[in-house]
Design a protein around this ligand. Structure first.
Ligand code: D8T
Ligand code: MG
Length: 416
């Protein structure tokens, strides 16, 4: 079997969650690998969510490296793509786009052999894994906050992740805490409210997105992060994510040493080498890996094994659409040290519960969706990644230029 063509398919679809009001549509970039047989491979790069317009150009650069080659030699081909650009393909966007191509190769290989991708990665280590619903932002209004958490728990999740710090998401005003005391009070009162309302029946995780918008006034430094986390230690917190920007791996290492709350991070690291350098500083108790971002599924596995050797648990990061989420789940199920999987707040096999959300990119692409029940997720054993683009999907949800999240963020910064 030989690769004949590598295509980028862009799509923009509605994505409305009544609790995340500003998000009304989102984009995704799929990679389709065609062969001289009937088999095709489908993958996704998370770059499609941020900068969809740029993905096809980068894929065109990689395509000649793949055409004429056997898609079965996944690791050799990814390394060839990785080193091909001399400098630009090894980090950032070059590597993020490569993630989608590599996942498509593994999808194809799984389909060719008739096995799910996790079988290609050492096999399934878990029947089910704990998962949590991503709440994205954290409404200031207590009624809204309560409604959101109740809705997410009623979907079958036992854990939720909410925003922390100053992040309110694209389109929301940035209502930041300007002093460490304010920052502490905002977090403590939110956690106290949720514990009073819901008791200890669910796991609460917080994500401060400190690398996201880079508003200097609102970014916590090490001292502030330590101050806030210290105050939260009396409450059960599952993990605290991105309490610091990614500018200083040593600061993450210091933060982790100084708190009993599990420090999580990693969703913006784009290569094996970057991960290796970070892990030397023991920055995370929970390393959050994303196969649709960090150069692919094999990189996920390699870093997960390195974490395992260091006694560190891993989690999936999941903000891509279905093929990206599927890539992460297959990798997660093949790692013994997976602690938890991130999921968008919907239940793929219980559509009647998803009354709060409209998101075709999340719901319509599974061949057989994973089951979420009692706070845990079970992955189907469909060959490859278990995903497909349904007939007519791209006609129904055509790409709209300017729909990447990066576009809206840039617009917001330019027009304060
Ligand atoms: O951990 C998460 O799911 C978030 O940090 C998302 O990646 C982010 O909001 C996307 O812009
Ligand atoms: Mg995050």
């Amino acid at each position: 079997m030989k690769i004949t063509r590598v295509r980028t398919l862009l799509s923009t679809a509605p994505q409305r969650d009544i609790f995340m009001k500003s998000r009304v549509r989102r984009s995704a970039a799929f990679i389709l690998i065609e062969t001289d047989t009937e088999l095709v491979g489908l993958g996704e790069t998370y770059a499609g969510y941020f900068v969809p317009e740029m993905v096809p150009e980068i894929v065109k650069f990689y395509e000649p490296i793949l055409v004429g080659q056997s898609p079965m030699d996944v690791d050799v081909l990814s390394r060839r793509m990785f080193t091909s650009g001399k400098f630009w393909a090894r980090v950032g966007l070059g590597s993020i786009v490569l993630s989608g191509i590599e996942s498509a190769l593994l999808d194809l290989k799984g389909k060719a052999l008739g096995v799910p991708v996790y079988e290609l990665l050492g096999g399934r280590c878990h029947d089910t894994l704990p998962c949590y619903a991503t709440g994205g932002t954290s409404p200031h209004d207590r009624g809204e906050l309560e409604g959101k958490v109740s809705q997410y728990l009623s979907l079958g999740f036992h854990a939720v992740k909410l925003g922390a710090g100053t992040y309110r998401g694209p389109g929301h005003p940035i209502v930041g805490s300007r002093t460490p005391q304010e920052a502490r009070d905002v977090e403590v009162s939110k956690v106290e409210f949720l514990r009073q309302r819901f008791g200890d029946s669910f796991q609460l995780n917080l994500d401060a997105h400190m690398d996201f918008l880079g508003e200097a006034d609102h970014v916590w430094n090490l001292a502030t992060a330590q101050f806030v986390l210290k105050a939260l230690e009396t409450y059960p917190i599952g993990f605290f994510e991105e309490a610091l920007p990614y500018t200083d791996m040593r600061a993450y290492g210091e933060l982790r040493k100084s708190t009993t709350i599990p420090v999580a991070g990693g969703e913006t690291l784009t290569s094996l080498e970057e991960w290796r350098d970070w892990l030397e500083h023991k920055p995370f108790a929970l390393a959050q890996l994303d196969a649709s971002f960090m150069g692919g599924i094999m990189n996920f596995i390699k870093i997960a094994r390195l974490c395992e050797l260091q006694g560190v648990s891993i989690a999936t990061h999941a903000w891509s659409s279905t093929p990206g989420v599927a890539a992460n789940l297959h990798a997660a199920f093949a790692c013994r040290n997976t602690a938890v999987c991130e999921m968008a707040a919907y239940n793929p096999t219980r559509p009647e519960l998803n009354t709060h959300i409209v998101a075709p990119l999340l719901t319509d692409l599974w061949i057989e969706p994973p089951v979420i029940e009692n706070g845990r997720i079970r992955l189907a054993d469909t060959p490859g990644l278990g995903v497909r683009l349904p007939d007519g999907f791209l006609d129904k949800h055509p790409f709209e230029p300017g729909s990447g999240e990066f576009s809206s963020v840039t617009g917001k910064i330019l027009q304060p």
